[in-house]
Structures are given as C-alpha cells and as structure tokens.
Design a protein around this ligand. Sequence first.
Ligand code: UD1
Length: 419
Amino acid sequence: MEKLVITGGTPLKGEVTISGAKNAAVAILPATLLINGICRIENLPNISDVKLYCEILEKIGAKITWITKNEITIDTRDICCTKAPLDITRKFRASYYLIGSMLGRCKNVQVGLPGGCNLGARPIDQHIKGFEALGANVEVTQGNITASAKKLVGTSIYMDIVSVGATINVMLASVLAEGTTIIDNAAKEPHIVDVANFLNTMGADIRGAGTDVIKINGVKELKGGSTYSIVPDQIEAGTFMFAAMATKGDITIKNCITKHLESITAKVIEMGGTVEESGDTLRIKCTKRPNKANIKTLPYPGFPTDLQPQAGVVLSIADGTSTINESIWESRFQYTQELCKMGAKITAQGKSAFFEGVKSLSGAPVCSTDLRAGAALIIAGIAANGKTEVYNLEHIDRGYENIEEKFRSLGAKIERVSE
Ligand code: UD1
C-alpha cells in the first residue's frame, strides 16, 4: 500500500503546468469508437482512468500506440466485440460512455453498470431516456446494461436534469444516427464542448455545444485521419488555485483556459487572493489569512462540485464562518470528517456544511475518500503544521497526473512511500 507523507507549513511558490482534462479524456477515448479509421490524441493526461480506458478499448479490438506518455494513436477499424469487459467497466463511472459510442457504432452493446467515486446515488435514467428516444431497447439486469437497436433515428430529447454524462452519451449515440437530434437542457461544461470539437474534427456535425441546446445532424461515417489535442483540465487548475490560497502561496498556473475558471477566480478574489491573468496563464497570490466565503455548487458556468472539497480546505482556515451548499452530489462532504482530524471545525448536515475557520490545521493520518477529497487532503497537509499521511491514493491517481511531483516543484515537502 502506498501513502503520501507530507511535512506541512510551506507556502507554495513557482510555476505549474496543467495537464489535459480527465473528464474530456474519458469521453474522447470511447468517442474514438465512432471512427472507422485512425486518429491521434495529444495532451492526454497520464492517469489511471485513461490507462484503464485504453485497456478496455484494446479488449474490444482497438489498436493503441503510445507515442509519448501524453500522446496516442488509436486505430478503431477492427472493433470486434460489443461486450465490454464487465469487471473493468464496473470499476469506474465514465465507462457509461461505451454505451453511447458502441450503440452508435454497432447498434448493440453490453457494459457492466458503472461504478466510480462514492458521491451518493448516481442514477443514469437520463442516459437511458435519451437512448430509448433514439430507438434503442435498454435493459438493466444483474449489474449489466444491454442496449440494442435496429437503427437509431434523431429526435428531440429534453433532459429533466442538467447532466454532463447524459448530454455527452446522447451526443455520442446520435452522431451516426439518421436525421437530427436536439438535446434540450444540455449541460455546458468545457469537456462537453471538447468532445463535440473532437467529433466535429473527425467529420461529425454537432452545433451548439456549450449552450443548453445541442443540435446533432447525423452523418454516415467518421473517417479519422486527424489529430486532436485535449483541453486543459479546469479542475486541476482550480486545485492549484485553492492550494495557493490555503498555503499563502504565489503560484503561476500555465496552460489553462482562464474563461473556464471564472467562477473559481471570483471565489479566490472573495477569499482575499489576487489573480493576474495573461493569455493562458493565471498567477494566484495570497499574502494573508483567507477571508470567509459562501459557496454553492452548480452546473457550469456555476462553481464546480469537483472543486468543492479543495475550496473547503481554504474555508476551514479562513477568518470567520463560511457555508458550502452542495447541489449536485449528496455524499460529497466525507472529506470534512478527515479535515476535522486535522483540527478543522466543520459541521456537515445533508447538503450543507458550516466551516468555523480555525487559525491553522495540524498534520494527521487521513484517508482520501474520493478523487477530489484526496486532492483536498493533500492541500490540507501542505498547509498544516507537522506531518500528514494521506492514504487510499488510488482515488487520487485516477485523475491527477504526477500530483506529488507537481506539488514538490512548488516547494511542498511531499513523498510517496510504500508500506
Ligand atoms: C460528471 C463528472 C464528475 C462531476 C459531475 C458534475 C465525468 C466523468 N464526471 O459526472 O466529475 O462531479 O459531472 O459536474 O465527467 N443525474 C440523474 N440522472 C442521470 C444522470 C445524472 O439524476 O441520468 C443526477 C446525478 O445524480 C447528479 C446530477 O444529475 O445529482 C449531475 O450528474 P452528472 O452531471 O450526470 O454527473 P456525471 O456525468 O456522472
């Protein structure tokens, strides 16, 4: 078992470069199944979710060549199997994109019901509603999902809930469908635009991604032959922004899209930080104890739920009492119990948590309960006095590339140790 051992108390200073977005990568990889050809993907984050996805794609007949650790070519001409490996697909949430892409390509697919971070109930009724509206027959039995169709025909689909996954999945299923599909009340996250841009580069006709109405005109074929570079990770950039705030640091974040970070920049300024923007670079500085702030998580362009725990660390040491309202996931406050082991005073009740800011945290052994909770605990460990040990690193490795090396390059005293 591995753990991170952190000696806290160092303000983070220096430059860090953001990797490609995890949530775009885990949608673009299955989207390659819609292509009858070879494509090249650059700026692919080197994280365990990406490696797992590549393993699944290879098992169903894709040929993947790693050019560098962040660049692959993928040949999807010989897809030979419509049953995704059930044991692997159960391991992570984003395997649900295989349903949309394989249904689009082969009109038939079986996938293990997706797992992923334990953030509360994670239904996929909106995905299923979309597939059925396109003409598919979907069955959920014994932990598996089977979807099949004679043909898929475009139609208008209104999403009852703004869902990132359902928006992308219906987009995937409709790219090769007959006629036009309209997704109303679509999610608008940056990675939705990225998946649409990728598919359009390969020959799809998708309009309106990034707004709440997406129109997909079905095309006969996606040919490949092109190169696509994945968008920088909004959540990784935000993680370093809150790390600067929690450690009274001065971090220059390179390779980010500042437009995607507006809701986060606004909170950083409210917390007393300064933000300098220049092209694709943001410099975040904090010279005093952070101010209190209230946060409500919302779909994009609101404050992202995936940065709620990292912001929570800053609020745990802010001057005054703050509130976070979580409106997306019902169990996203598990990290607050770990922060309390480090001296934080947080009361979580249902969808709200109340942070009575303490002057400082003190190091303790803590468990990463999910991916973003893990990132938050690393930030807490760097900000705290004394030694922190972070366990359950498999969550963190799913979504952050070289996380300890990046923090170390900013001056953090952090080591990965095998027990
Ligand atoms: C994606 C992200 C995840 C992020 C989340 C919200 C990926 C791989 N994961 O997850 O990191 O936290 O967006 O930004 O991109 N819902 C339903 N029925 C459905 C689908 C969703 O009720 O069919 C509900 C969910 O329970 C949740 C809300 O809608 O309360 C939003 O979920 P959704 O946007 O679908 O999240 P994911 O795509 O799973």
